[in-house]
Design a protein around this ligand. Structure first.
Ligand code: COA
Length: 424
């Protein structure tokens, strides 16, 4: 199959068909506009391919997720977040030597510029950390050059390491506690945890279980092909905005409750059920009632229609972590009851709504002592290598073409501008 036929106004048009390496089929409609002046309409881009990409493969029907060909289940078991960063951004898992060099680079640049620190200190303590994170990342363009391709390669490394320091500092700023500097002898997850939780005269001891739990969450958030924030990064970058500006826009896109902000909303929802003495049925009824405007947070996905492979891994990790830490979180059992009830309910079955990555991740963050308003910041830390990988791929492969969708106009047709007194 190499072409598709479209009949429009009685005229036949032949359109090329593109096939991906996993056999997915796309109809290339780029020539349609010139041939017919028609556009394709797909609000929310539910069935629109915006690019060709070699970063991540998802089969939503089968619950498959692979970064650069490697199944997420295997990566979750065998790779650390540093290795995932290398895999996504540079295309391959690092060998021992490459990993050592990469970690050296991360360690060398982990300190945050004094100028950025001064800006960060001006934020009121109640500021949401996602607001600070996005503006700090954009502000990096004031301190590091970004004119050449070499600059941008370097900036990718700077972002990967400074992001965790900035993220931890947003927390310290909100708490009014002194900042803790990064340590070069620790892995990514434990360095972040020590910057968050060390207070003067009371060193914070990170257990391997805690380190692994956070590292796993970062691994699982690494990339997810053309989701809202990644498409935003590509869109902004297509105007030739620099990497910092593009990633900062991605952070803002992630913030919303229908995207990365859902992990925070899940805990609000579970806490609300807990306060109502564990009666989750009301919440399910409300989620089914369209008039309520409420959705079951952490449920449903644009792409996954059977299960989200990340949610499966996270559910088990949450169980293991709480057991190993000896923590009993009532919200975990509420989450399990809620999941079980929803998965037996016609409404959710018919619409193929299953728990997504955000449903159980908050339980792990809570067990690690991470406050709710930092959950989405952690999602952003995990998603960063994916954003960078897509930005770099887009710069190489879009041929410099700006992203610019079309629309079907539904407003007024041409009319005369009335004088001020004539207006109703
Ligand atoms: N609770 C209740 N109903 C839901 C739902 C949820 N979490 N998610 C989707 N639905 C319903 C919609 O109301 C719609 O019903 P309808 O066909 O009767 O109108 C149907 O399922 C399809 O939903 P739609 O909004 O078209 O799906 P989408 O692909 O545009 O949205 C999400 C995907 C993730 C934004 C959506 O499922 C959602 O809002 N989930 C909750 C937020 C969340 O967890 N986000 C994190 C994503 S990783």
């Amino acid at each position: 199959m190499s072409t598709a036929k479209l009949v429009l106004g009685g005229k036949e048009h032949e359109l090329p068909v593109v096939t991906g390496s996993e056999g997915e089929v796309g109809i290339d409609i780029a020539s349609l506009r010139n041939a017919t002046s028609a556009i394709t309409l797909d609000p929310g881009y539910g069935n629109t391919g915006s690019c060709r990409s070699a970063v991540t493969f998802i089969d939503g029907e089968k619950g498959i997720l692979r970064y650069r060909g490697y199944p997420i289940e295997e990566l979750a078991e065998k790779a650390t977040f540093e290795e995932i960063c290398h895999l996504l951004v540079y295309g391959e898992l690092p060998n021992r030597k490459e990993l050592a060099r990469f970690k050296e680079g991360l360690a060398k640049h982990s300190i945050v510029h004094e100028g950025l620190r001064k800006i960060l200190e001006t934020y009121p303590r109640a500021t949401h950390p996602m607001a600070i994170l996005s503006s700090m990342i954009c502000s990096m363009s004031a301190f590091y050059p970004w004119e050449t391709e070499e600059d941008e390669q370097n900036n990718a490394l700077l972002l990967m390491t400074k992001m965790k320091s900035i993220a931890a500092f947003t927390y310290k700023q909100a708490k009014g506690e002194p900042w803790i500097y990064p340590r070069t002898d620790l892995g990514y997850a434990s360095d972040f945890l020590q910057m968050m939780f060390t207070v003067p005269n009371r060193p914070y001891a990170i257990t391997p279980v805690q380190e692994r739990a956070l590292d796993l969450l970062l691994v699982l958030h690494g990339d997810h092909e053309q989701n809202c924030s990644t498409s935003t990064v590509r869109m902004v970058g297509s105007s030739q905005a620099n990497l910092f500006a593009s990633i900062s826009a991605g952070v803002c896109a992630l913030w919303g409750p229908l995207h990365g902000g859902a992990n925070e909303e899940v805990i609000h929802m579970l806490q609300h059920i807990h306060d109502e003495h564990g009666d989750y049925r009301k919440t399910i009824a409300m989620a089914k009632d369209k008039k309520s405007g409420f959705r079951l947070m952490g449920f449903g996905h644009r792409v996954y229609k059977n299960f989200d492979p990340r949610a499966k891994i996270i559910k088990k990790a949450a169980d293991d972590l709480l057991a190993e830490m000896g923590v009993k979180d009532p919200l975990l059992s509420i989450a399990k009851d809620l999941e079980e009830a929803a998965l037996q309910d016609e409404y959710f079955l018919e619409r193929k709504l299953y728990p997504n990555v955000d449903f159980y991740s908050g339980i792990i963050y809570r067990a690690l002592g991470i406050p709710m308003n930092m959950f989405t910041v952690l999602f952003a830390m995990g998603r960063l290598p994916g954003w960078i990988a897509h930005w770099m791929e887009m710069r190489k492969e879009s041929g410099g073409r700006i992203h610019r969708p079309r629309q079907i106009y539904t407003g007024q047709t041409q009319r005369r501008v009335p004088a001020l007194d004539e207006r109703k």
